[in-house]
Design a protein around this ligand. Structure first.
Ligand SMILES: Cc1ncc(COP(=O)(O)O)c(C=O)c1O
Length: 266
């Protein structure tokens, strides 16, 4: 499979005969919203509850497809608990709907037990799982994968076999061998340790250098976490994006040398 937007584009074509309204977390992954809009879907924004997508708001909507990031909500970072996942699966069963699960950085969990994926919990064939290697390995590969339920797999193969994957066979084969020889597991374990240290270093830096200035949501998961400047913002031009940029600079300045030292020690 190619990049996740292409996978989503195929999915849009595949679902178009039965579904026209798609629910997306708000805030959520803007690129997914763009792809659905390009394909003429009505996109309904669904607000977030404390633990991710609000099932109550979803129930009230006309949507029969939902696009969600349950492992690590993008961008806030909350992890959808198992009970809420079950409710979501029940919603899909009742509506004859489809859940698109984007697990974009689920490999990275620190000090927390893994939560089962919706795809793993699904007994009714209503979950499409999209994973990628952009975060855990390299965005340069443009390598993603989609796990389709049986009801869609046959139609997918029928409709899209003529479209070759945009990812070269050499790369696909290299990744296959990388996994078969056990390097993938090793790599993920190593990167989990590196990102865990970066994550903790960043949190410590925020707590010690800007105490009380940032509110942050730390789910001990993923390679990003969301933070918000809590002091009153004087000038309108100080949009949250500028704060993000500033935050990125602080992160790079503080964690960069620290991580280089860690690598040097390894
Ligand atoms: C929420 C989210 N999902 C998925 C992706 C992966 O996209 P791609 O595989 O096209 O790099 C990204 C990339 O930034 C992302 O932020």
């Amino acid at each position: 499979m190619g990049v996740s937007k292409q996978a989503l584009s195929f999915l849009c074509l595949l679902l178009a005969d039965r579904h026209r309204v798609v629910a997306i977390e708000e805030p959520g992954y803007a690129d997914a919203r763009i792809v659905f809009s390009h394909h003429g879907y009505e996109v309904v924004p669904i607000p977030l509850a404390e633990e991710g997508l609000s099932i109550e708001a979803l129930e009230k909507s006309e949507a029969t497809v939902v696009y969600t990031t349950p492992a690590h909500q993008f961008p806030y970072g909350m992890v959808m608990p198992v009970g809420q996942r079950q409710q979501l699966l029940q919603w899909a069963k009742r509506k004859n709907g489809i859940i698109i699960e984007n697990d974009y950085d689920g490999e990275f969990r620190y000090n927390v037990h893994p939560t089962p994926s919706l795809q793993g919990m699904d007994r009714d064939g209503c979950v499409v799982y999209i994973g990628n290697f952009s975060k855990a390995f390299s965005p340069a590969l443009r390598l993603d994968y989609t796990v389709l339920p049986r009801q869609l797999l046959g139609r997918y193969l029928e409709s899209f076999q003529a479209y070759p994957s945009p990812v070269s066979r050499h790369l696909q084969r290299s990744m296959q061998l990388f996994m078969q020889k056990g390097y993938w597991e090793k790599h993920v374990r190593k990167m989990r340790t590196v990102y865990h240290r970066k994550h903790d270093a960043l949190l410590r830096a925020i707590q010690t250098t800007c105490p009380g200035k940032y509110a942050y949501w730390d789910s001990q998961q993923g390679y990003i976490f969301y933070s918000r400047w809590t002091l009153p913002v004087q000038r309108r031009s100080w949009s949250s994006w500028r704060v993000w940029q500033m935050f990125g600079c602080i992160r790079a300045a503080i964690t960069g040398p620290m991580i280089r030292r860690m690598h040097a020690r390894e």
